[in-house]
Ligand binder design. Sequence first.
Ligand code: SF4
Length: 473
Amino acid sequence: MLHIAFVVSEPDSIEPFGVMSLVPHLTAAGHTCRLFCAEATDLIPALTSFAPQLVCYSSTSGAHTYLAEVNRALKESLSFISVFGGPHPTFFPDFIHEEGVDVIARGECDHSFALFCQGVVDHGHPVETPNFSIKTTRGISSSPVAPLIQDLDSLPFPDRESYYSLSPKIRGYTVRSFLASRGCPFSCSYCFNHSMDALYDGCFRRPRVRSPGSLIAEIREVIGRYPTEFLAFRESIFPLNTAWLITFARLMREHVRLPFYCHLRLDMVTPKRVALLREAGCHSVNVGIEAGSESIRRDLLGRDMSDETIIEGCRLLREAGIHILANNMLGLPSTTFAQDLATLRLNQRAKPHYSLAMLWQPYPGTRLARFAREEGWFTDSCDALEFSYYDHSHVTFKNPSDKRRVENLQRLFAVAAKFPRLTPLVALLTRLPPNPVFDSIFKTVYLVYHQSEIFPHRMTPRDLRDHLRGLLE
Ligand code: SF4
């Protein structure tokens, strides 16, 4: 049986569900799995002593260049088969041509990963398996994806221990994440969802939802084992079917009684749903405003949502006492700084508790990235993308000075959204060169709102120290 190493880029407060979901299948098949941190100073000795036959990475676009580098460095000292899964290889399968990448896994691999490993055990090398593409001396051998698993209750709970064992800090973080469903019925142009749907012949858009009983059983198991103050549901859109919500709210009241955070769309917010979410313990939600112009939302982003819907959805949530984190994207291809100011103004009217702005990134596999590439708004290689969507815009702007202004606005957005009177001053400040003061304002406001309004939980001295260090970096 195999020793399988999963190398994660950096222990983060959001658990890596892809990896944690695979571990129970592989362990049940007799393999030994262990997670490693790519940044650990003892990574090579630790891996040498584990002696893995497979070293696996789950990679987003942005993390892919870093993880590919880590993999190449490991290959200089160790002999193993490298397997890359996650969004980047799924939507950019050409990644398999990268030096050092032996195999890529695309889509959901709950069962096929164990099949792949069995192939390696039986043949001594990778063999054709659904979801997998393999680099061979004769070229690339790719197999179609296996059908999606419809009954999510049939899957084992993710193995958190394998992840928490990486770091006492992560184990002690009292916000625990869960997934209630997979899939999303919408098709926003900047999101992977439509590409996933194409990969699965139109089946991905039908959300698959766990039963409330299965979800609550996992929550109870986790809170019985690890200190927990707050729950975060991380799927694209939290299940909002009324019968499902009624049962979920009852079980949460009877067995859990902890506050939670989840993702919603403002055009799905109704008084009844809000009341049920509140009854279940919903403390905060993450919603997308994204852009201030209806036509940009409709025509560029594929989100046909009126200003009134956004404002009314926020009002319903706010009046129910639910805290709102609103996402926004600045620097969209073909747009201007003035249009990003309109996004700020819509946030000022909708009044979420925290307006978070990101800089749009041309992630490969999304319709909007294709449009940007074809129309000349993005000319770099996708290897130019970074880990963070807060640092730099990669868009070519009609007016070159807009790039600096948009990047500065991203840092000051939340403050200006909260205090509309500051808008003229903020607009003026965006003309300055990028600077560490604006970076610190963004990080401080982000930290304060995340810790106090969106994910309220105790901060340890270690958390504070790490955040202060982050501010200085
Ligand atoms: S952005 Fe959200 S709502 Fe839109 S397709 Fe992606 S997951 Fe669905």
